[in-house]
Design a protein around this ligand. Structure first.
Ligand code: 5RP
Length: 216
C-alpha cells in the first residue's frame, strides 16, 4: 500500500484556520491529524472541542484524533461527535487499554494506540490483533518542531515484524520530527502513515511539501 500523509493541525496558523483547511482540502494528504493535550499527561495544552467543531466543519479529510490526555475514554462521545475517523489513545494513559479499544470500535471509529518514545513495542503483544492503528511517537509528546529520535526506526521495523507475523492489519503511524528526510527512512522501515506538523505548515509551499511527502 502507498503510505498516507497526515498533516498535524498543531502547527497550523490558528489565526487563519479557514485558508489552512482550504489548503488541506486541496492537497494530496490523506488525513488531518489532531493533537488534543490536557497539560497533565503532557506539559502543554493545545485546543479543545469548540475549536475542533469549527475545524471539523471546514475539513473534508478524515480526522485522526490523538488524545494526549489522561482518561481519554471520558471524551469518546465528543470525539465521535466530531465525525472522527480514528481515535488514538496512549498506552501509558490507559490501564484498561483493551476496554478502551473496544469502546472506540463500538463507537464506530478506528482504534489507535500510541506509544511514547520510551515505551517498548513489546507492550503491544497482547493487543496488536485488536487495534487498527499503532502510532509511534518519534518525539516526546507535547510540542511540535522537535528533533526526530532515530531509535524510532528500529521500533518501526520491530512493529512491522510483529504485525506481519500476526493476524493484525494495523497501520503503523509515526508522529514527531517527520520531514522529507526522516519520512523516507520511515517508509523504508515499514511505516504506513506519516504525521508531519512543522514540515508541512511551516513550508513555503505546503501543498508541494505534502506532495513530496506523499511521493517518498
Ligand atoms: O504530537 C505532536 C506533538 O506532541 C505533533 O503531532 C508532532 O510533534 C508534529 O509536529 P512536528 O512534525 O513539528 O514534530
Amino acid at each position: 500500500m502507498k503510505h498516507f500523509v497526515a498533516p498535524s493541525l498543531l502547527s497550523a496558523d490558528f489565526g487563519n484556520l479557514k485558508p489552512e483547511m482550504d489548503m488541506i482540502n486541496r492537497s494530496e494528504c490523506d488525513w488531518l491529524h489532531i493533537d488534543i493535550m490536557d497539560g497533565v499527561f503532557v506539559p502543554n495544552i493545545s485546543f479543545g472541542f469548540p475549536v475542533l467543531k469549527y475545524v471539523a466543519r471546514l475539513c473534508e479529510k478524515p480526522l485522526d484524533v490523538h488524545l494526549m490526555i489522561v482518561q481519554p475514554e471520558k471524551f469518546l462521545n465528543e470525539v465521535r461527535a466530531l465525525g472522527a475517523y480514528s481515535m488514538n489513545v496512549h498506552v501509558e494513559a490507559c490501564p484498561h487499554l483493551h476496554r478502551v479499544v473496544q469502546q472506540i470500535k463500538e463507537a464506530g471509529m478506528k482504534a489507535g494506540v500510541t506509544l511514547n518514545p520510551a515505551t517498548p513495542v513489546s507492550s503491544l503483544t497482547d493487543i496488536i490483533e485488536d487495534v487498527d492503528i499503532v502510532m509511534l511517537m518519534a518525539v516526546n509528546p507535547g510540542f511540535g518542531g522537535q528533533a526526530f529520535i532515530p531509535h524510532t526506526l528500529d521500533k518501526v521495523r520491530e512493529l512491522r515484524r510483529m504485525i506481519d507475523g500476526s493476524r493484525s492489519k494495523a497501520l503503523i503511524e509515526v508522529d514527531g520530527g517527520v520531514n522529507r528526510d526522516t519520512g523516507r527512512l520511515l517508509v523504508e522501515a515499514g511505516a504506513d502513515v506519516l504525521v508531519a506538523g512543522s514540515a508541512v505548515f511551516h513550508a513555503a509551499d505546503a501543498i508541494e511539501e505534502i506532495r513530496v511527502l506523499k511521493n517518498l
